[in-house]
Design a protein around this ligand. Structure first.
Ligand SMILES: Cc1cc2nc3c(=O)[nH]c(=O)nc-3n(C[C@H](O)[C@H](O)[C@H](O)COP(=O)(O)OP(=O)(O)OC[C@H]3O[C@@H](n4cnc5c(N)ncnc54)[C@H](O)[C@@H]3O)c2cc1C
Length: 595
């Protein structure tokens, strides 16, 4: 990996393929062993019990957590000095991916080892860590994260739960209720957010066995029935001041940083779930005979399989690129320093835009894949006897929790704007490229496609897309300035453009590296998926861009914009149908995700 400290949003400014990115093909032997351990755990311990878990057998769920603890799967992120494994972020995400093949378990495991444990990891004191980490690592203590309330979801800081300091300054008294808390049915340690002195939003550790702590009945949910979700009630709960997490009034730092990391984890989790779904779908398509042949022979079905695999390939390229960046950033930190956890948090925060992108893309790819898998199953996909029925129901929540996709979409351009204003992101170079393109009288001529190990055509498309995105973003800023934050419809379209650009940049970057290391001829399927992904992303970017320009200007000004837009764009003549056939052949041959 490059020794350079990576920067967030590099895909907006750097040239595609100009910096080395981590790809799944780079995983080390150790990382592959972790993947195998997680896979074996799913196959041997989790999958045989799905039916019971779906019926709400949460004793079994707790037993599984303890078993995962026995083989070290719960101590992945815990520092060595507290008895943990403290693996790199890439390994941690590989484990998440493999453990996410069944959502009920994935949510339980994710809430415990992710949003449940991370507040302590990044904001806890030495004493708190020493007390809780060994127990969390074995699931003797199970963690949960309690932010949402009946009246405050997306607007999390409007929480009403109160924490009052006792007169002697020794305790806080907590009152309020939290809604939709994962693991609440059996959790022993909750990170609870409450207002101190009215409006000082603050995080606390609250033990589940304290007097005044109770939980409601299990929520009757559409999906994720194999995970526990309950209301958490706090009635005059007295906790020592030592249970304060971080500083009074700084709870937003805890809440948002943890959600941020949760988004990254969710993106990787949906990748695992999506791959499992593709496998289930292709195996069904090979078994199911209609018109005297397996339905996997039909082009309509094969094209779905190809599309599912392609979207997962793009998602995978995005996810592990960020994991690699995070690890590269950590390499620059002194792990023995007292402020190491804080520095790690900052290094992770650098990629907040990419995290939100992964959350949005992951949840939407997962929904797409689940929906197509049901379609491939025909009427049987509508039957609770088949796994895809559950997958379809389970998938839907991903677009809602860890910040809804609307909130995350608005955050994406918002954070980029903020970084630009603060001088953390130099968009100047890309703006200059746009201006140079506009100064020319003709639209650029694309290089020829195919038979080119330097993937010049793919790189050209990505660079053109970059110009389109930056052009439109620039026009939106010019027109609305600070008021842009209030223009939600514009922000959503801008977010779509940025998301697609990140997908293009990451996928081309990965395939380029693969062609370089494995050779042009042995990467035919990867190249096909890349071109399909590019074609679709480019269309979305052009569509959203046009829509934005029609809103941003009218009359002569609009004509000028459209003229500029035409110079910046082109119609890539990509034969998506033939490319899908290549990817579909690989999916059917492997009976699985083919990359
Ligand atoms: C199964 C499950 C498990 C969960 N686990 C946990 C957990 O462990 N811990 C926890 O704290 N929470 C948890 N949650 C809560 C979850 O994070 C929230 O449901 C989510 O943040 C959305 O909040 P809300 O449901 O109140 O929706 P709202 O915030 O009321 O949103 C409703 C709709 O309005 C939109 N909206 C809201 N504000 C805006 C705005 N400013 N601009 C535009 N659109 C907006 C949203 O995008 C959404 O479409 C869980 C929820 C579920 C269902």
């Amino acid at each position: 990996m490059s020794p350079k400290k990576p920067e967030g949003c590099a895909f907006l400014i750097g040239e595609v393929g100009s910096e080395e990115i981590l790809t799944p093909e780079d995983f080390t032997e150790d990382q592959r062993m972790f993947a195998q351990t997680a896979k074996d755990f799913m196959d041997r311990e989790v999958f045989p019990h799905v039916e019971d878990l779906e019926k709400g057998d949460f004793d079994k769920l707790v037993e599984l957590l303890k078993k995962a603890g026995e083989i070290g799967l719960l101590m992945i992120d815990i520092p060595e000095k507290y008895g943990g494994l403290q693996v790199d972020k890439t390994t941690s995400m590989i484990v998440t991916e493999y453990l996410s093949k069944y959502s009920g378990w994935a949510t339980t495991y994710g809430a415990h080892t992710g949003i449940g444990l991370w507040p302590l990891l990044f904001f806890g004191t030495h004493e708190q860590k020493e007390k809780w980490f060994p127990k969390l690592a074995t699931a003797e203590v199970i963690a949960a994260y309690a932010l949402t309330e009946p009246g405050s979801g997306s607007d999390a800081l409007a929480a009403k739960t109160k924490a009052e300091l006792t007169e002697d300054g020794e305790h806080y008294i907590l009152n309020g209720s939290k809604m939709w808390i994962t693991n609440a049915g059996f959790a022993d340690l909750f990170t609870v957010f409450a207002q101190v002195e009215g409006d000082k939003f603050t995080a606390f550790l609250v033990e589940g066995d304290r007097e005044g702590v109770s939980t409601g009945a299990e929520e009757k949910k559409m999906g994720l029935k194999g995970s526990s979700t309950r209301q958490l009630n706090l009635e005059n709960v007295k906790i020592p001041v030592g249970n304060l997490l971080g500083e009074v009034g700084k709870g937003h730092k805890v809440a948002f940083n943890i959600l941020n990391m949760g988004r990254f984890k969710l993106g990787v989790g949906t990748l695992g779930g999506g791959k499992r779904t593709l496998k289930v779908a292709v195996q069904y398509a090979l078994d199911r005979v209609q018109f005297k042949q397996p339905i996997a022979n039909f082009g309509a079905i094969r094209s779905k399989l190809a599309q599912m695999a392609t979207q997962l390939y793009c998602l995978e390229s995005m996810c592990y690129r960020v994991a690699g960046y995070m690890d590269q950033s950590m390499d620059h930190l002194d792990s023995a320093a007292d402020d190491y956890p804080e520095m790690v948090m900052k290094a992770i925060e650098e990629f907040a835009v990419e995290d939100s992108i992964m959350k949005v893309v992951g949840s939407e790819v997962m929904d797409f894949v689940a929906d197509e898998a049901v379609q491939i199953h025909g009427g049987y996909g509508f039957s609770a006897e088949y796994e895809v029925e559950r997958i379809y129901r389970d998938s839907r929540i991903n677009r809602i929790f860890e910040g809804t996709n609307e909130i995350n979409r608005m955050l994406i351009p918002g954070m980029i704007l903020k970084r630009t204003m603060k001088g953390q992101l130099n968009l100047f170079e890309t703006i200059q490229k746009v201006e140079m393109s506009l100064a020319k009288s003709e639209a650029p001529t694309p290089p020829p496609q195919g038979d080119d190990p330097s993937l010049e055509f793919e790189r050209f498309m990505t660079e053109e897309a970059k110009k389109l995105v930056v052009y439109c973003a620039n026009q939106a800023i010019q027109k609305h300035m600070a008021d842009l934050r209030e223009q939600q419809e514009i922000l959503m379209d801008l977010a779509d453009m940025i998301i697609q650009l990140y997908s293009m940049d990451s996928t081309v970057g990965r395939t380029l590296k693969l062609v370089d290391t494995q050779g042009y001829d042995s990467t035919e399927v990867h190249r096909a998926a890349t071109l399909i992904g590019l074609s679709e992303s480019f269309q979305i970017i052009r569509n959203r861009g046009e829509r934005l320009l029609y809103n941003l200007a009218e009359g002569d000004k609009l004509n000028a914009h459209l003229e500029a837009f035409e110079k910046l764009t082109f119609f890539p003549r990509i034969d998506v149908i033939s490319l899908r056939r290549i990817v579909a052949d690989a999916v059917v041959e492997r009976e699985n995700y083919p990359f």
